[in-house]
Write a protein that binds this ligand. Structure first.
Ligand SMILES: [Zn+2]
Length: 282
């Protein structure tokens, strides 16, 4: 039986990779994996080529071979300044190949593989490719050995995960949010305005969330780190923010990263940090 959804596909490929290379295989080669896996599983229709080029406004593409030839190509924008972000894009396009190539025989073009997609019509397939890429590069079983689901964390630890998997800090934070039992909220802001936000399941359960995409544009709290755009070196273990700044009734520990390659600030807000022995707040 063929795997169905993005998670199943990522698990299946990791199982194959795990058998071949063991658990210390990270960061794995996306190009090799995509080419070898599709050559053996779909020899009539494999990924033949992975190549960079000038594609203004796009990060990646999945394209069928020219007529009369078999297979597919993955193209990436080689002007994207981060190698880690390019890797994520390649994994995302590999996901489109596995999940969507039959539905989109003319291929797919992707604006930004690593960030949530605002285009409603495309949101589902983009999210599927994103879930595939995240779980291919950062298998949750492995990630949990690094940071347990009930374990408190900070940007030092999340940075270790990002290094292990060869992904950006942002991609590592988003994947951690998907499995942690800690109440945590990611807020991405640009020029002092909310851009988008995601919460862990536990945080959503208690109503600690913001709209996925801010509209109309709203300013981030004046006293938050996100509003302090002149700082580029935030403390990696965070700064406590009293109740009333981010959430009316709850204090949070705010950890901020300035993503210079994107020009935005990602704030990770951790609730319940005051009772946590590992939180070095204060
Ligand atoms: Zn895409």
């Amino acid at each position: 039986m063929e795997p169905k959804g993005p998670l199943e596909w990522a698990r299946f490929i990791n199982l194959v990779l795990g058998e071949a290379y063991g658990s210390e295989r990270h960061p794995m080669s996306v190009v090799e994996t995509a080419k070898m896996f599709t050559a053996s599983k779909y020899s009539d229709d494999p990924i033949q080529m992975v190549e960079g080029g000038d594609f203004p406004g796009l990060e990646g593409m999945l394209m069928p071979a020219p007529e009369g030839q078999k297979g597919w190509a993955i193209f990436f924008n080689h002007q994207v300044p981060s190698k880690r972000r390019i890797r994520f894009t390649l994994a995302h396009e590999f996901g489109h190949y596995l999940l969507h190539r039959h539905r989109f025989p003319k291929g797919l073009q992707c604006i930004n593989a690593e960030l949530p997609n605002r285009n409603r019509a495309l949101a589902t397939i983009e999210e599927e490719a994103d879930i595939f890429a995240s779980n291919l590069l950062m298998p949750i079983d492995d990630y949990k050995n690094l940071i347990g689901p009930d374990e408190f964390t900070d940007l030092n630890m999340l940075g270790c995960a990002a290094d292990r998997y060869g992904v950006s800090m942002l991609a590592a934070i988003r994947q951690w949010l998907r499995y942690t039992n800690i109440r945590a909220v990611l807020v991405v802001s640009e020029e002092g305005y909310f851009d988008w936000s995601e919460s862990s399941k536990a945080a959503r359960r208690t109503g600690h969330k913001f709209p996925s995409f801010a509209s109309p544009p709203a300013e981030v709290p004046v006293d938050s780190l996100a509003a302090k755009r002149d700082i580029t070196n935030y403390p990696k273990d965070g700064v406590p923010m009293p109740a009333g700044i981010w959430f009316e009734k709850d204090p949070v520990l705010e950890m901020a990263v300035f993503a210079d390659k994107y020009d935005f600030i990602a704030s990770l807000l951790i609730l319940d940090f005051e009772n946590h022995p590992e939180a070095e707040a204060g």
